[in-house]
Write a protein that binds this ligand. Structure first.
Ligand code: C2E
Ligand code: MG
Ligand code: MG
Length: 570
């Protein structure tokens, strides 16, 4: 129902309003029609409710109070309407995924889509009218929030876990502490369920969930209900795996006696799989590795615990041993460079490659860089590795030149620590000269890694490197450490948007907006954009539509040993 203006001499507007009346009435959206002097001619019920107005307000100017979030600022609705209604041309503006508050003290922010539409009415004298329509997104938001909770226990679910973990991983290199993923599977649950019935079984799950939730709050970890009888604990900031094992022991003990049915005590047990970063390998596989560990635990009976170890050989795979072996490994050629293609987004043609180091350990098998690079940074060995990478790649470039492969730019990863090291730039210049390779055929990808020692020095070296004609990319861009302010100090040629920003891009609107804006902003600043972690066609198409220049990811190719990779250059 429309609320009629108390007194009105606005003939053409009123007539027009009547035409819209039907549509206004049935709409769940909050709709108001305003004259060119900003008077509310009509408003529907939803609007009155949303803005806390009453019938007396109709016929008066729209109150100044309601505010809309435009980018970062709050702007009054009145201001927005005024801007739209300049009375000279038809204009329609939409503010999607915006927010509304009833006044500047209102803490209750309502997610909305807002549309403001101004158009002329009547001929002589011609007047202007504005329709404001507000679509409340709260219910839709609630629904998506529910997608991140387990239906039975209301604990956050696996989707939420994956989301949280990505954020957590990006911070892991900042401290020396370890992170553990603990998967807990209540043993023999389907059998139990067939004995005690569906409802009792659900009650058990709810109780286990409550218990874990309380424990999580006490001990400062997070708990997720991943699927029916399976829970995930994410335990940050641990010093040694012992701490995790004692936590698991507490849980096992409690489970053994905590549920009583009539007169019987149910003796519950749980199989537990654990993966620990960095001991169990890179964050890329941490979740999968916890499942592998769980599988191992389950293979050995009920109530068992298993910690995942790369290649799952039981040995003293520890930092000290790796550290001692590094120097020898370099001499014994245990390091191998893999190449991952970088393609042009428009054509999917391979135009560059990123060199990624692997350690073929005689005992442990292939150790991923996420395990040993942080260690090398701590010990300074990274500088030696960097020199090795450069020389190997220059040699490789020479071979490709001699055998007439397509010559492409190869990116080398370095940390700030290396850039700051003495004689770094001089060595690069010397090696280029020695191998007779053009500087454009290599590129340095800089990750912030360990903290900067001296920003001035780093900047100086950075500019000197650029002066040699070597392009520079800022890696892991957008993870919180490298941002646009950083780009001012370190004017790079390329930004590599981090994989964590695109992992959920197909379903996460916010990530979509961030990546799109980054590409636009980057282009405005004159840098090229590489997006990494493209894993499928839909990701490729979406991100290509944002105008990204280059892409890298498993969708095109995984990192490959040189002989595999160079087939792509023929
Ligand atoms: P980065 O430079 O960001 O390299 C990209 C990483 O993402 C690589 O992991 C690559 O294998 C992986 N990747 C690429 N596309 C996809 C995809 O579509 N899906 C998934 N799941 N992963 C993808 P990798 O090789 O384990 O390297 C990890 C990090 O180790 C690198 O991150 C880089 O920071 C560092 N690193 C590797 N080699 C070197 C090196 O020679 N020197 C230095 N200083 N750091 C290195
Ligand atoms: Mg890189
Ligand atoms: Mg990266």
């Amino acid at each position: 129902m429309l609320i009629r203006a108390q007194k009105s001499a606005k003939e053409p507007l009123e007539k027009k309003a009547k035409v819209f009346q039907k549509a206004f009435d049935i709409s769940e959206d909050a709709i108001v029609m305003l004259s060119d002097t900003n008077e509310m001619i009509y408003a529907n019920r939803s609007l009155m409710k949303l803005l806390d107005l009453n019938e007396d307000d109709v016929g008066k100017p729209l109150r100044i109070k309601p505010e809309i979030k435009v980018k970062r600022d709050w702007v009054t609705l009145e201001q927005l309407v005024k801007e739209n209604n300049k009375g000279t041309e038809e204009k329609m503006q939409s503010f999607l995924q915006s927010e509304l508050r009833r006044d500047d003290k209102d803490r209750d922010v309502i997610p909305i889509n807002l549309y403001i539409d101004t158009f002329p009415v009547g001929d002589k004298p011609q007047r202007w009218c504005t329709i404001v329509s507000i679509h409340d997104l709260s219910k839709e938001k609630e629904k998506t929030a529910l997608n991140y909770r387990h239906k039975l226990t209301k604990l956050p679910n696996q989707a939420q876990a994956l989301h949280d973990l990505t954020a957590l991983y990006s911070k892991m290199h900042l401290n020396d502490k370890k992170l553990a993923l603990v998967l807990l599977d209540i043993d023999n649950f389907s059998k139990l369920r067939s004995i005690i019935g569906y409802e009792q079984a659900n009650i058990i799950l709810i109780k286990v969930a409550d218990y874990l939730d309380t424990l999580a709050k006490e001990h400062g970890f997070s708990v997720y209900h991943t699927y029916h009888n399976n829970f995930l604990l994410v335990v940050p900031d641990i010093n040694a795996s012992k701490e995790i094992l004692s936590l698991v022991q507490i849980i096992q003990k409690r489970l053994a006696s905590f549920y009583r049915m009539e007169d019987t005590r149910l003796h519950l047990t749980a199989s537990v799989g654990i993966s620990i970063y960095p001991d169990s390998g890179s964050t890329l596989n941490l979740f999968d590795n916890a499942y592998k560990a769980l599988n191992q635990a389950e293979n050995h009976g009920f109530g068992r615990v298993h910690i995942y170890i790369p290649s799952d050989i039981q040995h003293d795979y520890n930092e000290l041993i790796l550290h001692n072996e590094m120097h020898e490994a370099l001499k014994k050629d245990e390091f191998e460079i893999y190449y991952q293609p970088i393609v042009e987004a428009k054509t999917k043609e391979v135009v560059a490659a990123e060199a990624l180091i692997r350690w073929n350990h005689p005992k442990y098998g292939i150790i991923p860089p996420a395990v040993f690079i942080p260690l090398m940074e701590k010990t300074g060995f990274i500088i030696e590795l960097g020199r090795y990478m450069l020389e190997e790649i220059l040699r490789q470039q020479k071979r490709w030149e001699l055998f007439q492969f397509k010559q492409i730019e190869v990116s080398i990863n370095i940390t700030l620590l290396e850039i700051e090291s003495e004689g770094f730039v001089e060595n690069v210049a010397k090696q280029l000269q020695l191998h007779q390779i053009r500087p454009e055929l290599i590129k340095y990808e800089i990750t912030e890694g360990s903290a900067m020692i001296s920003e001035e020095l780093t900047r100086k070296q950075f500019l000197a490197l650029k002066k040699l004609g070597i392009p520079i990319a800022l890696d892991d861009f957008g993870t919180g450490y490298t941002s646009f302010s950083y780009l001012k100090k370190f004017p790079a040629d390329v930004l590599k948007i981090d994989k964590t920003l695109v992992d959920y891009i197909l379903t996460n609107n916010e990530d979509q907006r961030i990546v799109k804006a980054m590409i636009e902003l980057g282009h405005n600043l004159g840098v090229k954009i590489v997006v990494e972690g493209i894993e499928n066609k839909r990701m490729y198409e979406l991100i290509a539509s944002y105008g990204c220049d280059y892409m890298q990811g498993y969708y095109f190719s995984k990192p490959l040993p040189v002989f595999e990779f160079q087939k792509l250059l023929r």
